[in-house]
Ligand binder design. Sequence first.
Ligand SMILES: Cc1ncc(COP(=O)(O)O)c(C=O)c1O
Length: 350
Amino acid sequence: MVIDARGSASSGPIHGQAADALHDARHHGARIDTCPVALLETIGGTPLADVSLLLDHRRTAPGVRLLAKLEGFNPTGSVKDRIALAMVTDARDRGVLTPGRTILEPTSGNTGISLAFVGRLLGHPVRAVLPDNATPERVQAMRTYGAHVVFSDGDLGSNGAVALAKELAAKDPSLYMPMQYENPANPLAHYETTAVELLEQVEDRRIHAFVAGLGTGGTLMGVGRRLLEHDQRTQVVAAEPKPGDAIMGLRSLEAGYVPPILDTSMLTRRIYVTNRHSVLGTRSLAGVGVFSGVSAGAAVQVARLIATEAPRDSCVVFLCADSGWKYLSADLFGRDIDDLEEHMDAGHWW
Ligand SMILES: Cc1ncc(COP(=O)(O)O)c(C=O)c1O
């Protein structure tokens, strides 16, 4: 594969210094497939799968399609590769993330894994603050890329990780915190890449609604803004955990923290989903060959509901934020659903 980092700088995933590093490597005769930075080029460009088999065609208008954006195809297996690259390259370009400076970030897992990957390729050690009841695969993946994992109290969910990371950053100014909940490069990455890909992939089919799980809100804000610029009729719909239910990667705004990058006025609707319903959604996706995490299960359930209101020949697009590998230890796909629900409600995994 021939990659033109310069040529792709405005539309591809690599910008600024990373693009320069890639260009220099090529200029000095390095084979591109032996230049580690080229791995960053594998971020984005994910498939859009037609999963209309999951629709109840008695309840949908003729020609309505259900489409899944499969972010598990990113190199570390989640949508967060996009924002990790965007936040790191932006901070390097602004000169606040100097060469070799350590990155510290609160994460429910995926962003930590993505930052560990990007940090390793661009020469930044990474410290990730993670709730201590996250699945072990997350910790292992971060450590595989060389990140140092700091645990926060799992009972406090992602808010606990945010509070601890802020405390650590205040004590040690040598650390740089991208802070995905506040960083405009997060929604911008989706505005510039995810949404652009989607518009190309649906061709001229009208997007009735875009559905994604609500975590930082970066996906909904960035994709939503671009899609609304394209067609003001498009609904931007958040799948949100029912207050009290903890769906991995997602947050309920009722929990008290509203991410600064989230502008709720851009959301057409927020729809609550339970743990149980999300797991059932994840299993139904597996039934049509899509191996995904639980937040995708929440999103598909909301997307199916919205599809019953979609006009003929339009589509409802939802985001599968990650693949299912990190959830295998929770026996998400095989365990008795009542038993699993009890386990999740007790906060054993998050
Ligand atoms: C698995 C998973 N799904 C969905 C999301 C939510 O995405 P966003 O932060 O863009 O709202 C996250 C974010 O951490 C996630 O890890």
